[in-house]
Design a protein around this ligand. Structure first.
Ligand code: M6R
Length: 608
């Protein structure tokens, strides 16, 4: 989604604004722009495509000024081109925006009938026109800002500068996040604390309905009626994380390889490595007492939740209602305050997940957040935060966040089982022991399978369609494998429950359709082998991901067999994530796609 930065400083800002935009690149974008005020005049540079196009323009035509705002745009209304790129200017007002102004069409009709002429196809431009109109009518900058905020509806982070006030940046939040950074004689704002990390660690997060008036001396936060609000600042950890690729070609590759270390750190928060027990749950959610769980999330986070459903149901005998958040929020699902709800999100800002959370809150459920960003909106609105501690995930394709979500859900499910008396102390000990051994096994697997997967990926990159099959917890992994492959290689891929094959997808099987079968030698193995047999009988090309026992047991011909160590069921989803991540990664590298920032995708999806 769009990235926003702003600086009211003591020295030229354009270069620093572009550097800060670079730290927001991971969010996904298709054009960029920057605006400053210099010598009483607003000026801007905008460019389509990647940030180097904007930098080239700035080299050719530098933009002086010690106050400015900048933006990377992920197109919603209007194609990605220079005219639609932000900042939008109208009569001395400059606006950047992340989100969607839902009533823009009605506002636009009204403004056009008043004589306004629109340059772009964006919803954002109505904000600039409204502000300009209110200024023409004699309102101060602050009055105009509040009047505008009382007219627009939807989801937005809005940042505004007025040509006739070169000392102030105004901002408002309703939905997408905005962080204010406190400097010495300078103030900053950005879509997240990572963007501001080189400038300051002291951050104030705006909440929905806040309007910020920022000068070099500090920030005043008011509501839309102009009443003062108090928001505490905090010290952000964002600067502590190295946001670089190290020796890796892509962030995604780095994030795949750091999983063993990171997951060990995450597990340390939930399990006691010495006693092999789950640490006591100190949160406000009593898993021993709840009557059921509702889980909601989007994309990869939803798929970790789907694995979690199997675990909570099997180990804690807790019924789980799960749905993708974009459906969950509108289903009018009957829920009871005796249930608890879990929302899983790497960013903690996903609009649909947040809306589902608010729905469950209204129904009186206790809310748990399984999040990576502890300062995020989803975390802040929850009763209990279960951090996944994966560190910043920059690659748009989620990898380490997925396996850390799984590790946290596994620990929570075992703990819930203990609290409910459905997991014995001996079972807990055995399962936690497996979890504790997992990072070592992950390291081994990553090293061992890499050459084979790289060679196989070259072959896979020649196909147009791929099917993934799995049963039990391998079914969500099949979905995740397909999602990972399609989002970064653009090869069409679908995941199915292996048992569903003959209810439709089998019609697609021929020699042009590789079928990736994820089948550890578990209690579903024989069933999945029967499904593999059905594929083989129709000439389908099988890529078999299994363990040593599974490889020995199957006599079917395959295009390739990726053999992992025999592992316990509780850790197999994390271990089997590794080959599917590497397969997608190397295939995308062979295809020459933009692995870390695949086309059309955003890292943090703050609109519906
Ligand atoms: O930040 P979130 O975990 O809420 O994001 C949810 C999805 O947008 C995300 O998992 C997406 O599906 C990834 N690109 C998948 O790799």
């Amino acid at each position: 989604m769009c990235g926003i930065v702003g600086i009211v400083g003591q020295e030229p800002v354009a270069g620093r604004l572009v550097d800060a935009l670079r730290r927001l690149e991971y969010r996904g974008y298709d054009s960029a722009g920057v605006a400053t005020i210099h010598d009483g005049r607003l000026d801007r540079r905008r460019a389509g495509g990647k940030l180097f196009n904007l930098e080239k323009k700035l080299d050719e035509e530098p933009l002086p000024g010690i106050i400015g705002i900048a933006h990377t745009r992920w197109a919603t209304h209007g194609v990605p081109n220079v005219t639609n790129a932000h900042p939008h200017f109208v009569d001395g007002v400059a606006v950047v925006h992340n989100g969607i102004i839902e009533n823009f069409s009605e506002l636009k009709d009204e403004l056009v009938s008043d004589g306004a002429v629109f340059e772009s196809q964006t919803d954002t431009e109505v904000v600039a026109h409204l502000l300009a109109k209110y200024r023409r009518e004699g309102m101060s900058q602050r009055q105009a800002m509040l009047a505008m905020l009382n007219r627009v509806s939807g989801a937005y982070a809005l940042v505004v500068i007025f040509q006739d006030d070169p000392n102030t940046i105004m901002a408002a939040r309703f939905g997408p996040p905005l962080a204010i950074g406190h400097g010495r004689g300078e103030m900053f704002l950005g879509s997240d604390a990572i963007a501001l990390a080189p400038f300051t660690t002291e951050i104030t997060y705006l909440v929905d309905g806040d309007c910020a008036i920022m000068t070099r001396n500090g920030v005043e936060i008011i509501d839309y009626d102009g009443k003062p609000l108090v928001r505490k600042s905090q010290i952000s950890q964002a600067a502590a994380f190295m946001v670089d690729k190290g020796n890796h070609r892509h962030f995604m590759e780095k994030e795949i390889y750091e999983q063993p270390e990171i997951i060990s750190h995450a597990l340390g928060h939930y399990i006691d490595f010495a006693s092999h027990t789950v640490k006591p749950n100190q949160s406000d959610i009593d898993f021993g007492a709840v009557s059921g769980l509702a889980i909601s999330a989007c994309g990869t986070a939803y798929l970790s939740g789907l694995v979690g459903k199997y675990w909570f149901e099997r180990y804690a005998r807790l019924p789980v209602e799960i749905d993708v958040a974009s459906e969950f929020r509108y289903r009018e699902l009957p829920l009871s305050p005796s249930q608890a709800a879990l929302f899983i999100s790497q960013s903690g800002e996903t609009a649909d997940t947040l809306a589902s959370l608010r729905y469950c809150k209204e129904q009186g459920l206790k809310i748990g957040a399984v999040v990576n960003v502890k300062e995020s909106t989803i975390a802040r609105e929850s009763d209990a935060i279960f951090p996944i501690l994966a560190g910043p995930e920059i690659g748009v394709a989620s990898t380490k966040a997925f396996t850390c979500q799984l590790a946290v859900l596994a620990a929570l499910a075992i703990g819930a089982g203990r609290a409910r008396g459905t997991v014995t102390a001996a079972d807990e000990k055995a399962m936690v022991k497996h979890l504790a051994e997992m990072p070592r096994i992950m390291s081994r697997v990553l090293n061992e399978i890499q050459p084979q997967i790289e060679a196989l990926s070259r072959e896979l990159s020649r196909f147009k369609d791929v099917l993934y099959l799995g049963r039990g917890t391998s079914y969500p992994l099949a979905l995740e494998g397909a999602l990972k492959l399609k989002e970064i290689s653009y090869i069409h891929a679908e995941g199915y429950a292996a048992g569903e094959l003959k209810h439709g997808p089998i019609a697609l099987i021929d020699e042009y359709m590789p079928v990736i079968v994820i089948a550890p030698h578990d209690r579903f193995f024989e069933k999945t082998i029967s499904n593999m047999q059905e594929v083989a009988a129709r000439g389908g090309k099988i890529i078999f991901i299994t363990d040593e026992a599974g490889a020995a047991a199957s006599k079917l011909p395959t295009m390739a067999t990726i053999t992992l160590p025999n592992v316990d069921e509780i850790i197999s989803p994390m271990i089997y994530s590794l080959p599917i991540q590497l397969l997608a990664y190397h295939t995308a590298v062979f295809m020459g796609t933009d692995v870390d920032q695949p086309r059309n995708l955003a890292k943090s999806v703050t609109v519906e």
